[in-house]
Design a protein around this ligand. Structure first.
Ligand code: GDD
Ligand code: MN
Length: 394
């Protein structure tokens, strides 16, 4: 990935920053931008009046724009008493979340604050977020719309309100422990102690970077500050239906970080595969295909369905080391071997263990399921060394 860092004086390289203790109370405000030329001037001017002159603050824009946002920032930065840097990424890897992680890796200060560029997050709250952590000893302070004094005034329309509410409810239901005490896990405005972030453990996907940080880094103590979500100052929101799909995939990836959760997911996906299997069987037999041939073909429809879901929901970050054709080949082989293994296994259970046909079948199903899960992990999605060890449980 090639990138420009402007101006070079503003920030240390991560290696240099890692070796030194950060200045006490120092803050890096990380602002992801995608075509926000009409907002960044006003944003910097409000930050100028908000950031305490004495405190060591710096502002780092991580930019994926195709417009002249970097140039506008450069111009406005000349009037700022604090250092302002733009990290322009040639490849927008990971979108908004990836941009924030990129910024976190660069930050050598004691605190990071993450906020949007469109003024939906009031700049005057930046010192308050950091101040709250000093008061409470929290590692993470979230600006929340859902506690007394906060509101989602700027969330346009009842549709977006409902989606945001539903997403919050879903995330909190899936991660009750990691999100305890965080009423607004969808918030993109928060302060976090840099030392509480293990940047290498992060695999952000889309917009919900706070969720990623809270679940994967597990800050020991969290606090909240109310805020009023404002209207966008200029321009349009960059999130859409596609972001919704990415959010669901993100939840699945976070939730399936532990082997047990992954196995349950694998089982549920396997069960859901009955639907395409039966549908294909119905279509094929109605088209006049002989029923045994139809069974074999229909089973492949179920296998394909399972493969697609498992790829996108369970092993999203473990796909790269094998070509997709190799993966689907191995996956189909294991799925069909499962069927072949089941019959002799049932015979064995009946003959050797003296089980009835039904319990023997049930036991064979469970046995081949566990074997198939283990084999799929090991032979199709073999974790690549240390990366796998960084995942955590909720
Ligand atoms: N670098 C980078 N790359 N920045 C991006 C990208 C990207 O691909 N996509 C969006 N951004 C930036 C925008 O320029 C803006 O500064 C910020 O991320 C938020 O994007 P919006 O398009 O304004 O998002 P939103 O208003 O729909 O969502 C906001 O509200 C949510 C809560 O409802 C964000 O604050 C979310 O983080 C928040 O969860
Ligand atoms: Mn916005």
């Amino acid at each position: 990935m090639s990138e420009d860092l402007w101006p070079p004086r503003a920030l240390d390289a991560p290696e240099a920053a890692a070796g030194r203790a950060p200045a006490p109370g120092s803050v890096t405000v990380i602002i992801p931008t995608f075509n926000e030329a009409a907002n960044v001037g006003e944003l910097l001017s409000r930050l100028r009046t908000s950031l305490p002159a004495a405190a060591p603050c710096e502002v780092l824009f991580v930019d994926d724009s195709t417009d002249d946002t970097p140039a506008v920032i450069e111009k406005a930065a000349a009037d700022c008493p604090f250092p302002v840097a733009v990290l322009h990424r040639q490849v927008a890897e990971g979108g908004l979340g990836g941009a924030v992680v990129e910024g976190v890796k660069r930050a050598g200060s004691e605190w990071i604050v993450v906020m949007d560029a469109d003024l939906q997050h009031p700049p005057h709250l930046v010192p308050e977020l950091v101040g709250e952590s000093t008061r409470t000893g929290a590692d993470l302070v979230v600006a929340s719309r859902y506690i007394a004094g906060g509101s989602r005034a700027g969330l346009a329309g009842s549709y977006r309100v409902a989606v945001s509410r539903g997403a919050t409810w879903l995330a909190k239901g899936l991660f009750p422990r990691a999100l305890r005490g965080i009423s607004d896990p969808m918030s993109g405005f928060f302060a976090m102690r840099r030392s509480a972030v293990s940047a290498d453990a992060l695999k952000p996907l889309g917009y919900k970077i706070l969720l990623e940080l809270a679940v994967r880094c597990r800050p020991a103590k969290t606090a909240e500050v109310p805020f009023v979500f404002q209207d966008r100052f200029a321009g349009e929101s960059k999130s859409g239906a596609r972001e919704g799909i990415r959010f669901l995939a993100h939840l699945a990836a976070l939730r399936s970080a532990s082997p047990l959760a992954r196995m349950i997911g694998f089982g549920l996906i396997g069960l859901s595969g009955f639907a395409p299997n039966l549908l294909a069987l119905w279509l094929l037999t109605h088209a006049g295909v002989q029923y045994l041939a139809a069974e074999v073909l229909a089973n492949q429809a179920g296998v394909l369905w399972n493969f697609l879901l498992i790829e996108t929901l369970l092993f999203r970050d473990r796909r790269r080391h094998r070509h997709w054709a190799d993966r689907i080949g191995r996956f189909a082989l294991l799925a069909n071997a499962d069927l072949l293994l089941r019959i002799p296994l049932i015979a064995l259970f009946v003959a050797r263990l003296g089980l009835g046909v039904l319990p023997a079948t049930a036991l064979a199903l469970v046995t081949t399921f566990v074997l198939r899960f283990a084999a799929t992990e090991a032979l199709v999605y073999l974790p690549r060394g240390p990366r796998a060890a960084t995942s955590r449980r909720s």
